[in-house]
Design a binder for this molecule. Structure first.
Ligand code: ZN
Length: 285
């Protein structure tokens, strides 16, 4: 009887161990992180091994809490306040970027602008004055793309390198002392190999305002953008917006008011992350 009980107990132990091991393997291989796209023209799925898959043509409102764990070393605020980073992509825009910067300035806040190079150097748009204005007020300037026409998980090495280097050159031409540490890929799409070899930190987001989708006229659109942010925001969030839209400016006015009232500080991504490392992907939530 004793022998039988022992054998049964051993069997149960081995069975439990095997079950735990198999669950661990399944979760490692199959758990996926879904990243929404900033521009709504594609979806990106990145699994834990960071293989990218893109399905164009779908709009996915799967908009928040998609963080990875690469930013565990983010510092705690020395003011004791909750902190978030608001990021603005696809600018600069001559009037809207400046309006947003002025609004941030009212609170002593700073944001991060992931810019498009051909909107900085005048070849597609003359946003240079807005860029210098934002940088002059202490906002962080970072790289998004030069043309915004290529996804970094599928374009050639030559194209990828040009998108980054031409944007870097365009920024440095206007702001020679700019310390450019961050890069955000178009649509959040980039291969793991390129993340690891990148000389910048690759910054995604975990709160999506979906401002591109609600850029039509009407207060209800602005209210939706505000609500998309405020319903998801928490200490450490990286919020995605686009400073080229009028509603983004209007929503920013309200979002800053509410964040301030709730005791948040708005800081740059580099301040939020502390010391972001090159070759690492960040999306803190
Ligand atoms: Zn973009």
């Amino acid at each position: 009887m004793n022998t039988l009980t022992k054998a049964f107990k051993t069997f149960i132990r081995i069975f439990t161990l095997l079950l735990a091991l198999s669950l661990l393997l399944v979760s490692c291989e199959e758990e996926k992180i879904h990243f929404p796209l900033e521009d709504g023209d594609a979806n990106v799925t990145v699994d834990k091994n960071n293989k990218n898959d893109k399905n164009k043509g779908e709009n996915n409102n799967n908009n928040n809490n998609n963080s990875n764990n690469n930013a565990d070393d983010a510092p705690v605020s020395n003011t004791g306040k909750k902190r978030v980073a608001i990021t603005y992509d696809d600018g600069p825009h001559v009037t809207r970027t400046k309006l947003i910067v002025d609004e941030l300035d009212k609170y002593g806040f700073n944001a991060t602008f992931f810019v498009i190079g051909n909107r900085v150097d005048g070849s597609a748009y003359d946003g240079s004055s807005a860029l210098k204005y934002a940088a002059g007020k202490g906002n962080e300037i970072a790289i998004h793309a030069y043309t915004h026409e290529n996804y970094y998980n599928e374009c050639s090495d030559k194209t990828y390198e040009k998108e980054l280097s031409l944007t870097y050159d365009a920024i440095k031409e206007e702001i020679p002392d700019a310390d450019i540490k961050l890069m955000r890929p178009v649509g959040g799409a980039i291969t793991q190999e390129r993340i690891e070899s990148c000389k910048y930190s690759v910054v995604l987001w975990n709160v999506d305002s979906l401002d591109w989708k609600y850029k039509g006229e009407g207060k209800e659109n602005v209210d939706t953008i505000v609500s998309n942010v405020m319903s998801s925001v928490k200490d450490g969030s990286i919020i995605l917006m686009h400073d080229i839209h009028e509603n983004t400016y209007k929503a920013t006015v309200e979002i800053l008011k509410q964040l301030d009232a709730q005791g948040y500080e708005v800081v740059t991504v580099s301040e939020l992350l502390g010391n972001p490392r090159p070759g690492v992907r960040y999306s803190r939530g």
